[in-house]
Design a protein around this ligand. Sequence first.
Ligand code: 5GP
Length: 174
Amino acid sequence: MLPHPLISAEDIAARVAALGGEIATALPPGPVHVVAVLRGAFVFAADLIRALPREIRCDFLAVRSYGSATETSGGVEITHDLALPIAGQHVLLVEDIVDTGLTLRHLLDRLATRQPASLHVCALLNKTSRRQTKVSADFVGFEIPDRFVVGYGLDHDQRYRNLPYVGTVEETPP
Ligand code: 5GP
């Protein structure tokens, strides 16, 4: 069964275009060092960089969160690190979703030790109601309710990343 639509492809495109403008205006002058968090953010990041009228560099981090298919337990492992140094760079970390916030907290702490000139976060989706730690994205595409979502890069057991919209699936009991 196809996921139930929550955010349409048209609404995503409009919001991504607006985010590109917001980010371009807000970030300090100079190249923007975009870091996409794999795998969930790769579709969003691909669209966002084309909506960002700034000189950019692009890099990737892959992370693995411990926990079940739909819940993180807070442990985060970087399985693929940045290829480029970020010291002195204006870094924009691009995330698919901030849920408990534990992954983002971990990544921000790790990246901050590498002394970027600035460090901002853009998340496509935000589930504020689920936060377990004090962390927030500087730029957010959409606030969403406490539902497990897929599509536009986000998966459930590696499925649905190619859906052009964001939708909800029923969670299968463990
Ligand atoms: P955290 O709970 O640490 O904020 O979220 C970490 C990661 O869990 C996100 O980057 C994302 O990969 C995954 N995640 C959290 N909520 C959802 C969701 O509703 N759908 C999907 N597909 N992944 C989620």
